[in-house]
Design a protein around this ligand. Structure first.
Ligand code: NAD
Ligand code: UFG
Length: 336
């Protein structure tokens, strides 16, 4: 299939692009590079030995999206493009609502005009809010604690309503847990702007000497060692989930929601220890106060994705730690 990847130059988009091409699909990328670099796309071309049509556009710009659809026979859209920093979303909520909602509406309108019927959306485990219990199952209650999360939940609603109104439309909502790791080549990986908010890029930048010491946000959570527990998933496993989702969308109509996680929760200290063991590099850390909005535990029940999509995560925590460091150590300053 000809698949449009909005935000395809980003962390998850680049890895998905590699897996789609490997599976025989054709990828077209649209990205405004607000949080990425055209170099990332060049690296994907290098890994796949394939030329990838690249549009430097804002996917909220309807005219530009129209032009892209007129010039390419798009058969499916994977919508990665979005702003994703939780803290920033509290500071500039309107920018988050504008970008993350408008982009989806624009894509749906242009898709309708061009008769494109397959949509895969990057949602997030954040839509479960403060969970009553774990593991998280797709049917559990949702609710958000920040504007970023609300944009995900609102997009899920918009997409379900669109599919209810168009019996030809197929929507797959993928709720990602915590992607880490990088392609085994070390040529593509996560490249955050400024000081990382997320755990693994912070650890790799401490390992690289760019940052001095990891702050562990709280050791009094209700978990096995007091530090927060999350479901870390290798980004290549996550990318493969999108290939399954595209195939599923092609064969089924309506909306389906899938958790993409491993089903295993690791604490912050588990991750630090695993990183030290896998890479033989010390990571100095100190316990800091809790970060506002963080929860004790969040991990998936991935049964539905296994049974319905035929997908499950395969890579170990050791591989996640090794590949994260392989990327960072070969690209100390990311793509710069
Ligand atoms: P990323 O920032 O690396 O990639 C997003 C890409 O979208 C970037 O290349 C950015 O330049 C582009 N973009 C943003 N707004 C755009 C617009 N209006 N037009 C065109 N391009 C635009 O982020 P990622 O980690 O690859 O995440 C991809 C998606 O998955 C996002 O929607 C994110 O919210 C979601 N998600 C990510 C995580 C995570 O932990 N990384 C977890 C859950 C969900
Ligand atoms: N943590 C630290 N120190 C740091 C960074 C994080 O101790 O410097 C801890 C956090 O307190 C948390 C764990 O590491 O316990 C993971 O934190 P991340 O920021 O890496 O990830 P979150 O689970 O908070 O959130 C991420 C994305 C969200 C997404 C969510 C679920 O940032 O956008 O996963 O998919 F919604």
């Amino acid at each position: 299939m000809n698949v449009l990847l909005t935000g395809g130059a980003g962390y998850i988009g680049t890895h998905t692009c590699v897996e789609l091409i490997k599976a025989g699909h054709k990828a077209i990328i649209a990205d405004n590079f607000s949080n990425s670099s055209p170099k990332a796309v060049e690296r994907v071309e290098e890994i796949t030995n394939t030329k990838i049509p690249l549009y430097k556009i804002d996917v909220c710009d309807k005219e530009a999206v129209e032009k892209l659809f007129s010039e390419n026979k798009i058969e499916a859209v994977i919508h990665f493009a979005g702003l994703k920093a939780v803290g920033e979303s509290c500071a500039i909520p309107l920018a988050y609502y504008r970008n993350n909602i408008d982009s989806t509406l624009t894509l749906l309108e242009v898709m309708k005009k061009h008769g494109v019927k397959n949509f895969v959306f990057s949602s997030s485990a954040t839509v479960y809010g403060i969970p009553e219990k774990v593991p998280l199952v797709e049917g559990m209650p949702t609710g958000c604690t920040n504007p970023y999360g609300w944009t995900k939940l609102m997009n899920e609603q918009i997409l379900q309503d669109a599919a209810n109104a168009d019996e030809e439309l197929s929507v797959v909502l993928l709720r990602y847990f915590n992607p880490i790791g990088a392609h085994e080549s070390g040529r593509i990986g996560e490249n955050p702007n400024g000081i990382p908010n997320n755990l693994m890029p912070y650890i790799t930048q401490v390992a690289a000497g760019r940052l001095k010491c990891l702050g562990v946000f709280g050791n009094d959570y209700n978990t096995h060692d007091g530090t927060g527990v999350r479901d870390y998933i290798h980004v290549v496993d996550l990318a493969k989930g999108h290939v399954k989702a595209i195939n599923y969308a092609q064969e089924h109509k309506g909306t389906e929601i899938f958790n993409l996680g491993t089903g295993v929760g690791y604490s912050v200290l588990d991750i630090v220890k695993a990183f030290i063991k896998a890479n033989k590099i010390e990571i100095p850390f100190e316990i800091k106060p809790r970060r506002a909005g963080d929860i004790d535990e969040c991990y998936a029940d991935p049964t539905k994705a296994r049974e319905v999509l035929g997908w499950q995560a395969e890579k170990s925590l050791e591989e996640m730690c090794r590949d994260s460091w392989n990327w960072q150590s070969n690209n100390i300053n990311g793509y710069d």
